[in-house]
Design a protein around this ligand. Structure first.
Ligand code: SF4
Ligand code: SF4
Length: 369
């Protein structure tokens, strides 16, 4: 495992972090907690979670794991300024997370899901979340205040220049890096800790290994290449992985042990082959999953990736839709693409700023038969 300092915090963190957003919910809390302990035994010492992840079980799973985890570790969790819009609410949320996680303090607390400057300004307003977090820091409940962002490089730079936070969590991977690099490079140049989320493009990479074979050479699979990119990249301090099996952990740790970054030449070859489409792909993050019409938006948008990123034909998309309803990600889901009233709520929430309404219209045309 590679370890490096997280920005200027003095904390030495593992290059591979455990992301608590994708636990296997068919398993018990104890089984998932065992997986966390296994990861820690393999050298992973950064554990990321948030209230609400995995049907609001993620913090509890970590709490169970931490009861009996001999290795040293750091914990990161989050709170959104849109709901924690006063200092009092922010303090109460920190205390609640501490209780659920069963720890004395949060090492890295994220101002969560900043999609536009309005969100940042809301967090920083007088009497707002940031003020509450500073109070928590004074009381020893938080070590470091950090931020998760889904913004452009310019906006990320503006936030970092204010020097109110100590590190940043960004959605960057081998397919979207040409479009996300400005934020990563700026943060690294300024000496901030940089954490990368979503290293496998919301599952798009493992499910399209044939189409993406240009990412790797020799025996390496495209999934391994994608992990190697984020884990070995010198500008990225920690690559978060949403592990569900010990084998996934072993693979990431092996890649970290080998620590073989891509050369500039390899990256420029990959850049040439990646279409801009990947910057506008759905990551499956689920933040838009609040449609008043009950439309399963994340599932539809993941299906739309097949068209947008992998250029499937309309006939192929009709077949993909049929399969999704029969045995895939639409089984048992109510609300069709045609039910959309274009209210715009989901587009306001989308971390990737996607034109969900227009995409649903197109999906509705494949959905007819
Ligand atoms: S725009 Fe359409 S899909 Fe989005 S929340 Fe409104 S009704 Fe639902
Ligand atoms: S549409 Fe946007 S918010 Fe919804 S799951 Fe995809 S990337 Fe996330």
């Amino acid at each position: 495992m590679i370890y490096s300092l997280y920005g200027k915090t003095g904390k030495k963190v593992s290059a591979v972090g455990f992301g608590g957003m994708r636990f296997d919910e068919s398993k018990s809390i104890q089984e998932n907690a065992d997986l966390i302990r296994y990861a820690n035994s393999m050298g992973i010492n950064y554990f990321d979670t948030a209230p609400g992840y995995c049907n609001d079980t993620s913090e509890d799973i970590y709490g169970e794991a931490f009861k009996d985890m001999p290795g040293q570790f750091y914990v990161s969790t989050k709170g959104m300024p849109t709901s924690l819009n006063t200092a009092e609410k922010a303090i109460a949320a920190v205390k609640k997370s501490i209780k659920r996680l069963g720890v004395k303090k949060i090492d890295f607390y994220h101002i969560w899901c900043i999609r536009k400057m309005d969100h940042y300004e809301l967090a920083m307003k007088q009497g707002g979340q940031y003020e509450g977090l500073l109070q928590c820091q004074k009381e020893g409940l938080i070590d470091h205040i950090v931020l998760s962002s889904h913004q452009t490089g310019n906006e990320v730079k503006h936030i970092l220049e204010e020097k109110k936070i100590e590190g940043i969590l960004l959605g960057v991977n081998i397919l979207n890096f040409p479009y996300r690099w400005e934020g990563v490079q700026t943060a690294a140049d300024m000496g901030y800790g940089v954490v990368a989320m979503n290293p496998l493009g919301g599952g798009s990479i493992p499910s399209h290994e044939n189409e993406l074979d240009f990412l790797s050479e020799g025996d390496e699979s495209p999934t391994e290449a994608a992990l190697r990119f984020v884990i070995s990249c010198p500008q990225i301090t920690i690559a978060l992985n949403g592990f569900t099996t010990k084998e996934h952990i072993d693979m990431a740790c092996r890649i970290a042990d080998e620590a073989k970054p891509f050369t500039d030449k390899e990256l420029s070859n990959i850049k040439e082959k990646i279409g801009a489409a990947m910057n506008e792909a759905c990551t499956g993050c689920g933040y838009c999953d609040m449609c008043p019409q009950g439309i399963p938006i994340p599932s539809f948008m993941q299906i739309y990736n097949e068209k947008h990123v992998f250029h499937k034909t309309d006939d192929e998309m009709k077949e993909i839709m049929r399969n999704a309803y029969e045995w895939g990600i639409l089984v048992g889901k109510r609300g069709t693409a045609a039910d959309c009233t274009a209210c715009g709520l989901c587009e306001n929430e989308c971390t990737q700023h996607l034109p969900i309404i227009a995409r649903l219209k197109e999906i509705a045309s494949w959905d007819k038969e």
